[in-house]
Design a protein around this ligand. Structure first.
Ligand SMILES: [Zn+2]
Ligand SMILES: [Zn+2]
Length: 236
């Protein structure tokens, strides 16, 4: 099974088991978004090579939020690459302590979230090797790379969760804003699912054609409209 999926000429999804990372080509080297669970660095670097790139060229490492399935291998990736590290200011505090979950995190309603939690999340632990964050991010900030990477603060799943609008690619890196495993749905766990819903609807107001997720498959067409349609009717 291929472990990579090219989304646009400059963006790849790297599949690390149940979670995805993303690789963006920029004028200042490679920009890596999320790192998978602890001990994923070898798999991640193999996936980067599969895209035709050299992992040594990873210059930027952004974490969309503090959870262990996204930040678990961040310290190891940083050790191997020396990349500049980024996260939203609220989750940067936890990542720099290796804390992967806030106490108020709860499983979403429904059978599938209950099963996913039981088999994939519950026993995985929540602490990982801490990583100091070089640059803390805020809502509305624009990173001047690859035609502009706009930071959209999207709390609910995690207080410091961010989605990224890749302006030139017309892609939203939604991360765990919601998931797209068996259709669009809420992320399996959330700190506040009502706030998550508001974040999804706010993000859907941005201009993008495609969206990619931390869990599941990309939405390839009219993604913002699909998010709006799916979540505007559902009460969390
Ligand atoms: Zn998460
Ligand atoms: Zn996740």
């Amino acid at each position: 099974m291929a472990t990579t999926l090219q989304i646009t000429p400059r963006l790849w999804q790297l599949k690390l088991g149940v979670v995805n990372s993303f690789l963006l080509e920029t004028e200042d080297g490679l920009f890596l978004i999320d790192t998978g669970y602890p001990n994923s660095a070898d798999k991640l670097f193999a996936a980067v090579r599969e895209t035709g790139h050299d992992p040594a060229h990873i210059r930027h490492l952004l974490l969309t939020h503090c959870h262990i399935d996204h930040a678990g291998s961040a310290a190891e990736v940083h050790r191997r690459t020396g990349a500049r590290t980024y996260a939203h200011t609220l989750d940067a505090t936890l990542i720099s302590q290796g804390i992967g979950e806030r106490p108020n995190t709860a499983v979403a309603p429904g059978l599938i979230p209950a099963l996913v939690y039981k088999f994939f999340i519950k026993n995985g632990g929540t602490s990982y090797e801490p990583l100091p964050i070089d640059q803390t991010l805020h809502h509305g900030e624009l990173l001047p790379l690859a035609g502009g990477i706009e930071i959209i603060h999207t709390p609910g799943h995690s207080a410091g969760h961010i989605a990224l609008l890749l302006r030139q690619e017309g892609v939203l890196v939604a991360a765990d804003l919601c998931s797209h495993v068996l259709g669009l749905g809420y992320s399996t766990v959330n700190e506040d699912i009502a706030v998550a819903r508001q974040s999804i609807l706010r993000a859907a107001d941005y201009p993008f054609e495609q969206a990619v997720f931390g869990h599941g498959n990309p939405l390839l067409k009219q993604a913002n409209q699909q998010l709006r349609t799916k979540f505007s009717g559902t009460q969390a």
